[in-house]
Ligand binder design. Structure first.
Ligand code: ATP
Ligand code: MG
Length: 693
């Protein structure tokens, strides 16, 4: 949410609200040139329409999303859906949105306007959802209701006095922003004409007005008006290649930048390589050899003062960003100077180093923190991969993706990685066998779970070979485990081969000290033993996985192994042990914000409640878990449901109690469901973590 106040726009808000209320138009596009205030308006509308969308309003910044193939993964990510593969994603989104009255704000859609037909499909599959899109261009799709966003009204020439001028939103915006840099500034009869001139010269474009007002730190309104009068016509004429109001905006940015000292100008241009958010440390890291090296802090402060860089806070950390038009300007300048490639390389280098530093933590005790940190940096991680692919450093892109394997897994992000890897493979450039193996591995991953075929098994076998050939035993062992898991998923599973391969992989991974992969592979071994009906053996495998994960502090595998263990205990009638296990996995999953794990934990406790004859509690926990499953998109992981037989039996015995529980459970938030599921002491201990949920 922006720090500054929104000025005017009452009419626009009312008109768009009327459209939303009618519910006739399910896709409204706010269209207008950069800097006119589309995003701002969309945010305000979303805020003011909580009553129309009781099931949530989601903001999807699409600024850094250039590949149309990433539209659905991005929507899925914002909705919290685990994306394990492209094919089912549309259905997952449909399920997540089914029956929910939600508003999805898709901001800066012009970047992927070719993906517009996908929106039409989403409409059909999510009939309760409404889409509010901001875009510089009309989408031209069925069902689109175009709403043209105008600039802010400016005072007419006749409005000379301060009072009357103040009634125009453009002037009010100028005054508000001027007061931020020059406390005590007020509109008077003396300066009102100059302020009105400024607003008119800038066509009422909000961003242009903000940039001009920022100069009030050093200039009077009269001086600003005068300078604009001199420079703007020239700057505007120079920008002949762009549509009209956009020209004013570009000219205003150029004018604003022209008043900066050289180092700050150079700094702003370099910031064009970042994705929408970035940290001061990242800026500093890119300084080597640049004119502004060593002055990043002061430079950024000056650019923030000048309204060219925005500063906000996320989770208590300061976060910097550029508005889209400003970034385009900056990147354009970088390109003109022939410096873009160099800065992209520096950007990619910095984030590669960050990944190299953070990734090892993913395999053990640092997992929770690493997941949070990588989540914060996601827009730049994406940009870095794209830079690497663009500048032809495909092997570095492959390494980058591979190091984050555990993160993609935990965050449920394989669909997007797959898009990158297919792009990399499509580049038709020489790559190392290792990179080829990585790219295929990610490309096959989703199919492994969704529609495993002999080809998937063979493809993973090729990954094993290529990794082996590259001398990466660790990766080869992980690919071996993945291939064996694929064999398990086949319609006619080849259990004997899978068993042998899993055993080999575990031994190798243990020897190599890759505890994370060892533990998760032990889980696969346990599943296999269970399929064979060797439940003692299966339990031993799950115990071993838990032991290894516990020793290394790997919460993810603790959750996965713990849930398997508990399911098996339930099947064996060890109800108390299963209950203790599910409580543990719930606690672990909460720490990792791993909702899929939470759903499984709740289902385990549902079965426990059913076994003890508590129909209402069983119904409640089942419904709460189901809501999570639908939302995060794991509804089809049927192999993992264990509570249904017990729940069905309970439904038979006490239909009214179960139904009452289900009604209540469907209304619960995740935090409420957890609070009900946990015993008192555990609930109290976890309360602080739950409060932030
Ligand atoms: N009504 C308003 N009141 C106050 N500030 C505004 C208003 N409208 C826009 N702004 C400010 O003007 C700047 C540009 O607005 P915004 O980012 O919404 O433009 P946009 O049309 O989305 O541009 P782009 O197409 O580049 O994304 C922002 O700093 C925004 O906060
Ligand atoms: Mg915008």
């Amino acid at each position: 949410m922006p720090y500054t106040v929104t000025i005017g726009r009452e009419r626009e808000m009312a008109e768009v609200r009327a459209l939303l209320e009618r519910r006739g138009d399910r896709l409204i596009s706010l269209v207008g040139p950069g800097g006119i205030g589309k995003s701002r308006l969309a945010i305000e509308i979303a805020h003011a329409s909580a009553d129309l969308f009781p099931d949530g309003r989601y903001f999807l910044p699409l600024e850094g999303v250039f590949e149309p193939g990433l539209l659905l993964p991005t929507i899925a990510y914002v909705l919290g859906i685990r994306d394990n593969g492209e094919a089912a994603l549309e259905e997952r989104i449909a399920r997540a949105l089914a029956g929910r009255r939600v508003l999805l704000v898709l901001d800066n859609f012009e970047q992927i306007v070719e993906a517009a037909p996908l929106l039409v499909r989403l409409f059909d599959v999510a009939p309760e959802a409404t889409f509010l899109v901001t875009s510089r261009t009309v989408l031209r799709i069925r069902g689109e209701r175009v709403y043209e966003v105008d600039a802010l009204p400016v005072p007419d020439e006749a409005a000379r006095g301060g009072e009357r001028a103040m009634r125009s939103a453009a002037v009010a915006l100028f005054v508000d922003r001027a007061q931020a840099v020059k406390p005590g500034f007020a509109l008077t009869d003396e300066n009102a004409a100059a302020v009105a001139d400024i607003c008119r010269a800038l066509d009422g474009m909000p961003l242009a007005i903000e940039l001009a007002a920022a100069k009030m730190r050093v200039l009077t309104p009269q001086a600003i008006a005068q300078r604009l009068e001199q420079s703007l016509p020239l700057l505007t004429a120079a920008a002949r290649d762009v549509p009209e109001r956009h020209r004013t905006m570009r000219a205003a940015i150029e004018w604003s930048v022209s008043l900066l000292p050289d180092e700050q100008r150079a700094l702003l241009e370099d910031l064009g390589v970042f994705a929408r958010q970035f940290s001061l440390e990242a800026v500093e890291a890119l300084g080597a050899g640049r004119a502004w090296d060593g002055q990043a802090l002061d430079g950024i402060a000056a650019l923030v003062d000048g309204s060219l860089v925005k500063q906000t806070e996320i989770g208590g950390r300061p976060v910097l960003s550029l508005l889209a038009v400003v970034r385009e300007y900056a990147l354009g300048r970088l390109r003109e100077h022939g410096e873009a490639g160099r800065m992209r390389a520096a950007h990619a280098g910095h984030y590669s180093a960050l990944v190299a530093r953070v990734a090892p933590g993913l395999r053990g005790a640092g997992q929770g923190d690493a997941v949070v940190e990588l989540g914060m940096e996601l827009p730049n991680l994406r940009a870095a991969v794209r830079h690497l692919v663009h500048i032809g450093r495909l092997d570095d892109a492959g390494d980058f993706a591979w190091r984050l394997l555990v993160y993609w897994w935990i965050a449920g992000f394989f669909g997007e990685v797959r898009v990158w890897m297919l792009e990399l493979l499509g580049k038709d450039q020489p790559i190392t066998p290792h990179t080829r193996a990585v790219a295929w591995f990610f490309a096959l991953w989703s199919e492994l779970w969704q529609r495993p075929t002999e080809e998937v098994v063979a493809g993973l076998g090729e990954c094993v070979r290529l990794f082996g050939e590259s001398g990466d035993r660790d990766a080869a062992a992980m690919a071996t485990a993945a291939r064996a898991t694929a064999r398990l998923q086949l319609p006619l599973p080849d259990l004997a081969t899978a068993e042998r391969e899993l055993a080999e992989a575990v031994e190798e991974l243990h020897e190599l000290g890759n505890a994370w992969a060892e533990a998760i592979t032990e889980v696969s071994r346990g599943r296999l033993a269970w399929l064979h009906g060797r439940t003692d053996d299966a339990q031993a495998r799950f115990d071993r996985a838990t032991e290894v994960a516990e020793a290394s502090g790997d919460l993810f595998t603790l959750s996965v192994a713990g849930n398997h263990q508990a399911r098996l205990q339930l099947v064996r009638g060890e109800v108390d042990a299963a209950e203790a296990g599910c409580v543990r996995t719930l606690l672990v999953s909460i720490r990792l914000h791993f909702e899929e794990g939470i759903a499984y934990g709740l289902e385990g406790l549902c079965a426990v409640a059913a076994a003890r004859g508590d129909g209402e509690r069983a119904g409640m926990l089942a419904a709460a878990a189901d809501a999570i499953r639908q939302r995060v998109g794991v509804f089809d992981a049927e192999a993992f449901t264990v509570h249904t037989p017990q729940l069905d039996a309970m439904r038979e015995a006490a239909p009214a109690a179960v139904a009452a529980g289900e009604r209540r459970g469907a209304e619960l938030t995740v935090a409420e469901a957890i609070a009900i599921a946990l015993p008192d002491e555990e609930r109290d201990r976890i309360a602080p973590a739950l409060a932030q949920w």
